[in-house]
Design a protein around this ligand. Structure first.
Ligand code: DLL
Length: 435
């Protein structure tokens, strides 16, 4: 039995062996450092703290975090590109950026020390996923400005595993190298693993027959139903990795393969809060709200109470008992569709579609408007080769279950297998066709 006070042996590093008391003490010390560092070196933080009447010296307990002002994506846009860097550019070893949906990308930076911390939390994430030194890891997260590829790369090397830096896309080559190199582990988005599974099948290879034993999947919302589908088809353990560029990149938190019950947050580096998005007050323990992070050790790009817009719950730790866990993230504030007054997330449709015989997880959502009424159409592929009546039954069942469970009517249209766009990274499910 593991408890927050037991010292754990089977861990990647000492940060994971802290007792709960040691962790809380370290967090406070690091929070004090981080607030001071941000205040002294980033004009925007100084302005915000001054305006809120808060001095870094006022942080004397972890609860004092609530005195700090929030940081939003808008703050990052306004200081584009480097206005929130807290060290001179000569100390910045690397820059990444996330392509915003509107206009300017968000630019983030890392010192040498930041890169080392990132590699450590990523190696820790892989270790929790069951990856061990000596294994071969096929890294199909995109390399480049996106944090996925290079972020994971550093962690794979730090762990002492062998990295195949294939990046995203070029699915035929991915399929070839999986067969030739026989990697133990694959890293990519869940939707891209689905594309790879289909491509293996298309090449006459049973996806469950490859050498792959573990998939570390993230960068987009996915459901436990999708996990079950991928595990069944590919004969592997599918584990959830969470992160975002503004806070570091992949590896802010990770699931443990033995529990698969939502990512543990590596709290010695990233302090989580879950708040009511309207009042910005903490929600009662275990309830859903917006995830907010304060970095505790970042040098180049510290963040104070960064609002992620991701919706989840904070739960007690299990596989790593002293670290809190988040419930698997199935939606962001930004992905929420409000259809005639009813809130709906694309993952809810994924969950329902995967329960129904003859439907595939290949679907897109089209939002249209006739007059003043919004309408949502689910375009979905059935499994190949089934009779037309079965297609109709499946579509009817999907429509009915969406109505029963989500409480809104949608149109369901089945399309020919293989006709919807396939993922090569983060999958775009929603097409807003309203004017
Ligand atoms: O997607 C970092 C990453 C790369 C994470 C590879 C995991 C694996 P961004 O491009 O900044 O960074 O996007 C961050 O993606 O706020 C979530 O909305 C979503 N996201 C990331 N991981 C998960 C996950 C990377 N495991 C945004 N489950 C985040 C659900 C996720 N959503």
């Amino acid at each position: 039995m593991t408890t927050p006070d037991t010292v754990q042996a089977d861990r990647f590093d000492d940060g994971e062996r802290l007792t709960l008391d040691e962790l809380r003490a370290l967090q406070l010390e690091r929070l004090q450092w981080s607030v001071r560092h941000a205040y002294d070196n980033v004009p925007l933080y100084r302005e915000k703290l001054d305006a809120a009447g808060v001095s870094p010296d006022d942080i004397t307990s972890l609860d004092d975090i609530r005195k700090l002002p929030f940081t939003t994506k808008e703050d990052l846009r306004q200081t584009y590109p480097f206005g929130m860097f807290a060290v001179p550019m000569s100390e910045v070893s690397r820059i990444h950026a996330s392509s915003g949906t509107t206009g300017r990308p968000t630019v983030v930076g890392y010192t040498k020390h930041d890169l080392d911390v990132w590699a450590t939390v990523l190696a820790r994430s892989l270790y929790a996923s069951g990856v061990r030194p000596g294994m071969m890891v096929h890294n199909a997260y995109g390399y480049g400005l996106f944090t996925g590829g290079l972020g994971a790369h550093g962690g794979i090397e730090k762990l002492g595993a062998t990295v195949v830096p294939i990046s995203g896309g070029g699915t035929a080559r991915q399929v070839q190298l999986i067969q030739d190199f026989k990697p133990d582990v694959i890293l990519c988005t869940p939707s891209y693993l689905l594309t790879i599974a289909d491509a293996l099948e298309g090449a006459g290879v049973d996806p469950a027959s490859t050498s792959l034993k573990i998939a570390v999947l993230g960068a987009e919302p996915w459901t436990n139903e999708m996990r079950a589908e991928l595990e069944r088809r590919m004969g592997l353990d599918a584990v959830d990795i969470y992160g975002l560029s503004e806070v570091m990149g992949p590896g802010v938190g990770n699931e443990c393969v033995e529990t698969k019950d939502g990512p543990h947050i590596w709290e010695d580096h990233f302090y989580p809060e879950v708040l009511d998005p309207d009042t910005l007050e903490p929600v009662p323990e275990g309830e859903e709200g917006e995830l907010v992070f304060t970095s505790l050790t970042k040098e180049a790009f510290p963040v104070l109470r960064y609002r992620t817009r991701d919706l989840t719950r904070l739960l007690p730790g299990t596989g790593r008992p002293q670290f809190r866990r988040i419930q698997k993230i199935t939606g962001r504030n930004d992905d929420m569709i409000i259809l005639r007054g009813v809130n709906l997330f694309p993952t809810q449709i994924e969950e329902i579609a995967l329960e129904i015989e003859n439907l595939t997880p290949h679907f897109v959502l089209e939002l249209t408007r006739a007059g003043t009424m919004d309408a949502l159409t689910v375009k979905i592929e059935c499994v190949p080769g089934i009779p037309a009546e079965d297609t109709d039954v499946a579509a009817g069942l999907l429509r009915k279950r969406i109505k029963d469970r989500i409480g809104t009517s949608v149109e369901v249209v089945t399309v020919e297998p293989g006709t919807l766009p396939r993922s090569e990274g983060k999958y775009k499910r929603l097409y807003d066709l309203r004017d």
